[in-house]
Design a protein around this ligand. Structure first.
Ligand code: 6PG
Length: 237
């Protein structure tokens, strides 16, 4: 695991973009799972403006680690956020964008998306393998859309699960923990003072840390990066 701590959100976005551009450089095909959240939003802006014409986007295939069950035109849609901040600004073939159909019935969509991952990705030990999974962490320690109250979904037998947001009750489709931990690389983007407490508990493994889905992220490859700003990392020893 590697901690990468930078001054603020903007610098996290810049450094993450550089890491991303470097990671795809020698690849002919690259499959990445995106996340929602406020930090990816800035990272997508920076990626588009700094690397928009430097990256051969046609070799990158985009997926989502989680999606809210809303239509793609809804402001809550992670897909829409990515269109607004990244896809609308770069030259990406439509066929490289593999969105979760948030407008479909959630259980059916989780099944369809799991099948799509099986078809499009290589499988290791029967689990689809992404080149990179990008994750955020909620203030409550959730990641992708696996929340503490549904932590059993982490080990669900299906590659994709239907989760329920604890406050709003909104349904989400999420990849499970096995898919996350099978990725060749996993990168957390975590910023802001709201994250300080959980960052400390999870990274220093203090009592009760296993209750948080973000603490279960531990890819077989060993390649786990935490991109954080100083506010999120403030309490770390
Ligand atoms: C989602 C996310 C979620 C997010 C965290 C962090 O769709 O809700 O994928 O897991 O990454 O809630 O969000 P912030 O970066 O906004 O704090």
């Amino acid at each position: 695991m590697e901690l990468k701590i930078f001054k603020d959100k903007q610098e996290v976005a810049e450094q993450f973009s550089a890491y991303f551009a470097e990671g795809i450089k020698d690849k002919t095909e690259f499959h990445v799972a995106l996340s929602g959240g406020s930090t990816p939003k800035i990272a997508f802006d920076v990626l588009a403006s700094n690397y928009g014409d430097k990256i051969d986007w046609s070799k990158i295939h985009f997926y989502w680690g989680d999606e809210r069950c809303v239509p793609p035109t809804d402001d809550q849609s992670n897909y829409k956020m990515t269109v607004d901040h990244l896809f609308s600004k770069i030259n990406i073939p439509k066929g490289n964008i593999h969105r979760v159909l948030g407008e479909s019935e959630p259980d059916r969509e989780a099944m369809r998306y799991a099948n799509l991952l099986e078809i499009n990705l290589d499988r290791v030990d029967g689990v689809p393998q992404f080149d990179l999974v990008i994750l955020g962490m909620g203030d409550d320690g959730h990641t992708a859309s696996i929340f503490p109250h549904e932590i059993a979904l982490w080990d669900a037998p299906d590659h994709c699960v239907v989760a329920t947001h604890p406050d709003s009750g909104q349904k989400r489709v999420s990849i499970n923990g096995k898919v996350i931990n099978k990725a060749k690389e996993v990168a957390f983007l975590v910023t802001g003072a709201g994250k300080t407490e959980k960052v400390k508990v999870i990274l220093e493994k203090t009592e009760g840390f296993e209750a948080y889905p973000a603490a279960l992220v531990n890819p077989d490859s060993g390649k786990l990066f935490w991109f954080m700003d100083e506010a999120a990392a403030r309490e770390l020893k």
